[in-house]
Design a protein around this ligand. Sequence first.
Ligand SMILES: [Zn+2]
Length: 237
Amino acid sequence: MRNARNQHQVRSRAKAVDTEHKHCKVIGCPHPPRAATRNGLDTRFCRSHADFYSRHGSPYKGSYSAAQLQPYRKVVRKWLKENRENVWVRNAVTRVRGLYDRAGPHEEAFRLAGMSAQERGRKAWARLRNAGVSPLKVVEAWLVVDQAIMHDPQPVETSEFHRVQAAKLVHRLASGSHKRWEREIRRMVGVANVPIVEVTELHKYPQSRGKVLRVIGADIDEACGLVTEAARRDLQD
Ligand SMILES: [Zn+2]
């Protein structure tokens, strides 16, 4: 009797584990989870939800749009302007400058392939430094995302989401690498053989997804985390 019950329990537990792995973890998604991959991506989700998670920092919620962030940007900018001498703001600015200083030489986006996420994260800081982006802009991005999450009626409150969203904004502050070649060629136009200039352009932006966003996000959190409470207190209403 006892034995039979135990067997039943074991069987139902095995069944529960089985169904958990049959479907992607996003509720209602009918797709199977992706097989184990070499790039270390999450295997709890199907391919498209894993990709979504990689880009946005949450498998459920997409990135905030520029329009959604705009009102918070205004409020945060004003607050930062009025609080430039605030001890936590100054501390965050100093820490972001530290990230710039420790980032090493700048590398063209063309050369980032094959580097680890940690290295690419460092290069992102070098890119911002060389583009002359004010450290205050990084603090601003962090606080803007914090405000957006705070006022979101359906927020994702994980630190990962906050970090990835901030990293995406920061990532956009420095542009990618651009190359342009011109060469003169001759081409028949009607009956005339005329010289024309052929232009080739190559634009490469470092990828804004995956592990590197988590690395940059962790750097931002470490630099700006302490200013969050001060801003929240003042911007509560
Ligand atoms: Zn899915």
